[in-house]
Design a binder for this molecule. Structure first.
Ligand code: SF4
Length: 302
């Protein structure tokens, strides 16, 4: 269990240039480690999860003075200062500023926050928000992986993916004092998540003129296409309607397309002329009808 010592904040300064950040990365990472699980016998420490508490959170700041680029603050023991086999609370907050960045872009940036962790060899990450559950292997921690190194890879990934949007990133970690963590969840993180969820839930299919289509899975399923509407996310859940709006703004010729929903054919099943035209065209004439709200008659492909 985590020791009861009081920890003062420690500050580390990382480079701000993405190439310099990348040059300093010493761990193995890449898509082949996606979904890796760390078993108890290989584990050095467990962070957050069902036996402790924690969360991760991305905050887009509108005030540039609130974000010092490359700064990392750690309150609590670093990974290599923890007791082997221990279970610790774990908070990490990433504050991001960009002149063109708004709260609407949060989930887009958040995806890149997740990406580096998922790809590190020996780093297991399960769930999000207050259900975050992480394990690090003995090999990873003994190889020198620290909180600052986690921040380094994440900052590099975000800056490389969104060079025109993100100007500065700062990270804050806490690995001690579960009562303080629970208080942060309740009084800081929860109101932010509630606000985001309310916004997502507010828009209805009737409120918009356009829907989006996604063909990302055509890399392996040639005629596959999904429709994304405010009340109808795709099966994979990877892109919500609001995310699709942002992604298409940044990459109008990518795997998402936008189309007019057109005339309503069947209100109960959610059939629209515009959807049928779009899926016919994007599925190479394979899918001719789609019912948004049915999993039996003309459902989304899965
Ligand atoms: S399953 Fe997800 S990623 Fe694949 S095409 Fe549908 S929305 Fe896109």
């Amino acid at each position: 269990m985590a020791e009861e010592k009081t920890w003062e904040p420690r500050v580390f300064q990382l480079p701000t240039d993405p190439e310099e950040l990348a040059e300093g990365i010493t761990v193995n990472f890449g898509p082949r480690y996606l979904g890796e699980r760390v078993l108890r016998e290989d584990m050095f420490v467990e962070l957050g999860g069902p036996k402790s508490c924690g969360f991760d959170l991305l905050v887009t700041e509108s005030d540039p003075t609130k974000v010092t680029d490359g700064k990392v603050t750690l309150i609590g023991p670093d990974f290599n200062e923890m007791e082997q086999g221990g279970i610790y609370p774990f908070v990490w907050i990433l504050r991001v500023y960009g002149a063109n960045l708004t709260e609407r872009h949060t989930s887009l940036v958040e995806r890149n926050l997740i990406e580096f962790q998922d790809q590190v060899e020996g780093y297991m990450r399960v769930n999000t928000r207050q259900y975050l559950w992480t394990r690090l292997t003995k090999k990873l921690v003994k190889g020198g992986f620290t909180a600052a190194e986690l921040a380094r890879g994440t900052m590099m990934m975000i800056k490389a993916a969104l060079p025109d949007m993100v100007d500065a990133i700062e990270a804050e970690f806490r690995t001690c004092d579960p009562d303080a963590v629970r208080d942060q969840i309740e009084n800081y993180a929860m109101p932010i998540w509630d606000k985001r969820d309310r916004y997502i839930g507010e828009r209805k299919d009737d409120d918009v003129e356009h829907f989006f289509g996604c063909t990302l899975c055509q890399t392996f399923a040639f005629n596959h296409v999904c429709v994304i509407a405010p009340e109808r996310p795709p099966f994979c859940g990877i892109t919500m309607y609001d995310d699709a709006e942002i992604i298409i703004e940044m990459d109008p010729h990518g795997y998402l397309h936008k189309f007019q929903k057109g005339n309503l054919i069947d209100e109960l099943q959610g059939e629209y002329e515009g959807i049928n035209d779009a899926v016919r065209q994007k599925s190479n004439d394979t899918i001719k009808r789609l019912h948004l709200y049915s999993t039996i008659s003309y459902p989304q492909t899965s």
